[in-house]
Design a protein around this ligand. Structure first.
Ligand code: 5GP
Ligand code: MG
Length: 177
């Protein structure tokens, strides 16, 4: 597998994001709404670098349904906290077409937060089909299917400490399993 982002770069990137957020929110409480399951690794690293009181709210949104092609978005929010009048940061692993972040943002806005910003670990350049951009991006990447640091292929590879590009040989191995 080709390594796109190694551990050192990832940690420097997450540090940068944490500093940005500490600068914006200071000591004001922040509710982070993290989109499962891809964002859990960044969530765990990020929150330990944040200085304000943090609440964590999880929702699940899946569009890839196991493969590498986009399908319909399914949102589950039974682990969602009340965010009315709260300062909220919506966190996802990757902004590809932008459909997921756009739809989830719209839903959160209806819940009456005091403020809402969005942050993603990765932004896939040139792929967006929606009229929004994430407020914070840790890394811009080319249009390749990546795994690791939370991102999966058929629910595998999330535990890789680096981000890698899945190659034909990796896919072929899966087809046999
Ligand atoms: P979007 O709705 O922006 O098209 O897609 C966002 C979701 O698609 C992400 O939350 C992620 O689950 C999935 N996704 C998009 N691109 C990739 C990729 O390169 N690798 C993996 N593993 N998931 C991706
Ligand atoms: Mg996802």
């Amino acid at each position: 597998m080709k390594v796109l982002l190694d551990e050192e770069r990832i940690h420097a990137g997450v540090d940068r994001l944490a500093k940005e957020l500490n600068g914006i929110y200071g000591e004001r409480p922040l509710t982070i709404v993290a989109i499962m399951t891809g964002s859990i690794v960044m969530l765990a690293d990020l929150i330990r670098r944040l200085e304000m009181p943090v609440r964590i709210s999880l929702i699940q949104a899946s569009s890839y349904r196991g493969g590498t092609r986009s399908g319909d978005l399914v949102i589950q929010d039974h682990m969602m906290l009340d965010i009315r009048d709260r300062e909220v940061l919506l966190l996802d692993d990757i902004f590809d077409t932008g459909k997921t972040l756009h739809e989830v943002s719209q839903r959160l806005k209806q819940m009456g937060p005091k403020s809402l910003q969005t942050a993603v670990f990765l932004n896939k350049l040139g792929q967006s089909t929606v009229a929004m951009k994430p407020d914070h991006v840790v890394f811009e990447i080319p249009n390749e299917f990546v795994v690791g640091y939370g991102l999966d292929y058929q629910d595998l590879y999330r535990n890789l400490p680096f981000v890698g590009v899945l190659e034909e040989s990796d896919l072929a191995r899966h087809a046999l399993n």
